[in-house]
Design a protein around this ligand. Structure first.
Ligand code: PHE
Length: 333
């Protein structure tokens, strides 16, 4: 039986087979159990001896079984370690990195240009009151200019700001001149077509100091448009009207597409309108407790979508909000 046992163990190759081996020798119906049963028919005086021998054999089989099991466990672990091994020298799977939205890229670029001129960034509330958005900007209650900007009202006298100009009031309330602030942010108007969206972005600029003139405005805007559209670009100021600036100007840049000769982008005029601005109205300064005889200011408001669309040749404003990856991917990197 001992030889049988060794032979059986020698042919064990898997855990299942090892289990069978255990059943055959050590199980309830195994050989050793049979031997025990046979003990009854052994003469009484020989029983202790035979019993002892069987027990020794049983211990031996159990030891051999355990030995074999340990060996198999070890082999199994080694195999698993090998198959699950991580090669840390393998090149990593590349995760595609995201990119900045073209509006963010444009806004950052614009901020960079003005920060270089010493402007500080101001962030105002998107929900404004009538006072900051209109009245103190010299747009009185029944002023026809209120119709220029179709307003979303949240409650009586509470609205979604129609421009970033209320930032002028908030900054002048908070600090005394000299002031040089830039206020980028979201604005809202009930207006929507290929070039207008009910939500869009503006960047307000305000400079208040002694002897600020229209020349300062043009000089700063020259630097700005040249940084954005190219060093050969020129500006042109046209008279315009805003209630909070006097004089008010509309600022055009010479067409960077055709060099001013005339093309579809500039509607064959050679000039493209890019922003509005002017000299801060003395009433606005007074409304903020600044003496217009001592100080003067310049202000401008730039539509960020407009700049981005011109810069990248985007013909529909909605492309900027749809988050179509085929569109966005073109601005990566
Ligand atoms: N707030 C004006 C607009 O939204 C732009 C502007 C800003 C004009 C500052 C003059 C001075 O149209």
């Amino acid at each position: 039986l001992k030889e049988q046992m060794e032979a059986a163990l020698g042919s064990v190759e898997s855990k299942e087979q090892l289990g069978e081996f255990w059943q055959n020798f050590l199980g309830k119906k195994g050989s050793i159990a049979d031997l025990m049963k046979g003990l009854g028919s052994v003469p009484k005086e020989e029983r202790p001896n035979v019993g002892k021998t069987i027990n020794e054999f049983k211990n031996q089989v159990e030891a051999r079984y355990q030995e074999m099991k340990n060996k198999m466990d070890e082999l199994e672990l080694a195999a698993r370690n090998k198959s699950e091994q991580v090669d840390i020298t393998m090149p990593a799977k590349m995760r595609p990195a995201g990119g900045l939205h073209p509006l963010t890229v444009t806004e950052n670029e614009m901020i960079d240009v003005f920060a270089g001129m010493g402007f500080e960034i101001y962030d105002g509330p998107e929900i404004e009151d009538d006072d900051h958005n209109f009245t103190r900007l010299n747009v009185a209650k029944n002023h026809p200019a209120r119709d220029m900007q179709d307003t979303f009202y949240v409650a009586e006298d509470i609205l979604l700001r129609t421009h970033t100009s209320p930032g002028q009031i908030r900054v002048m309330d908070a600090k005394k001149p000299p002031i040089k602030m830039l206020a980028p942010g979201r604005v809202f108007r009930s207006d929507s077509d290929a070039t207008h969206s009910p939500m869009f972005h503006q960047m307000e600029g305000l400079v208040v100091d002694k002897k600020i003139t229209l020349c300062d405005l043009q000089g700063m805007l020259d630097k700005f448009v040249q940084a954005i559209f190219g060093s050969e670009v020129k500006t042109r100021l046209r008279p315009s009207y805003f209630p909070f600036t006097e004089p008010s100007v509309e600022v055009d840049v010479s067409c960077f597409e055709c060099g001013g000769k005339g093309c579809p982008l500039c509607k064959h005029t050679g000039w493209i309108e890019v922003l509005g601005g002017g000299i801060v109205h003395h009433k606005v300064l007074e409304n903020c407790g600044i003496d217009p005889n001592e100080y003067s200011g310049l202000a401008f408001g730039i539509g960020i979508e407009r700049i981005a669309m011109l810069k990248y040749g985007i013909n529909n404003i909605n492309l900027l909000y749809e988050n179509d990856l085929r569109f966005l991917k073109q601005f990566k990197g």
